[in-house]
Design a protein around this ligand. Structure first.
Ligand code: 5LI
Ligand code: NI
Length: 183
């Protein structure tokens, strides 16, 4: 199982690379990576497992964060209505997005960043996304709220972008134009 020792931290150049698409049909290795990422996120949210293995809780994780520069990430996150979004996705992408923006009231955090970075992170309020599950099925989702923000945070990891790259340096707590806050 993946633990925190597998997570690479800022300063490692892999976090700034553009990850490569995963060839189809998916190899056993890439399928294993996808499933391990989802298992890690679930474990990190399980109080007993997280305590036993000293896992920092997260709602998602991307392959570059374990040193694998491939377009794979996983998320396990519940929206404001209690709907659970639990996926390991290969070759994920945003198909379309709202003009409206959003942001988490408390900002964002990252397993690869061992420090607090205060500030609001502008995200699209709604995203239409697609990707492939490890068994090769295509997934098409319309995401908003925390699941939508999480998808964008993980997709950024595949493009070498860290959440703090998006914080307004001059006015870190200035709500983005045309945005709705998520508390
Ligand atoms: O890339 C994934 N991580 O670094 C896992 C740790 N961060 C989080 O769970 C997290 C926390 C706040 C907002 C977002 Cl959007 C995310 Cl994703
Ligand atoms: Ni992260």
């Amino acid at each position: 199982m993946l633990t925190m020792k597998d997570v690479i931290r800022e300063g490692n150049p892999v976090l700034r690379e553009k990850a490569v698409e995963v060839p189809f049909p998916f190899s056993d290795e890439d399928i294993k990576t996808a499933n391990q990422l989802l298992e890690f996120v679930k474990n990190s949210q399980d109080p007993e497992i997280a305590a036993k293995y000293h896992l920092r809780p997260g709602i998602g994780i991307a392959a570059p964060q374990i040193g694998i520069s491939k377009r794979i990430f996983a998320f396990h996150v519940t929206d404001e209505n209690g709907n659970l979004y639990s996926y390991a996705l290969l070759n994920p992408k945003i198909i379309s997005h709202s003009v409206q923006m959003t942001y988490l009231d408390g900002g964002e955090g990252c397993l690869s960043v061992d420090r607090e970075v205060p500030g609001l992170v502008p995200r699209y309020a709604k995203v239409t996304v697609k990707g492939f599950t490890p068994d090769g099925s295509e997934v098409n989702l319309k995401l908003k709220g925390l699941p939508g923000i999480c998808f964008q945070h993980e997709l950024d990891h595949l493009d070498g972008i860290m959440f703090y790259d998006r914080i307004n340096e001059k006015q870190p707590f200035e709500p983005p134009a045309n945005s709705v806050v998520i508390r």
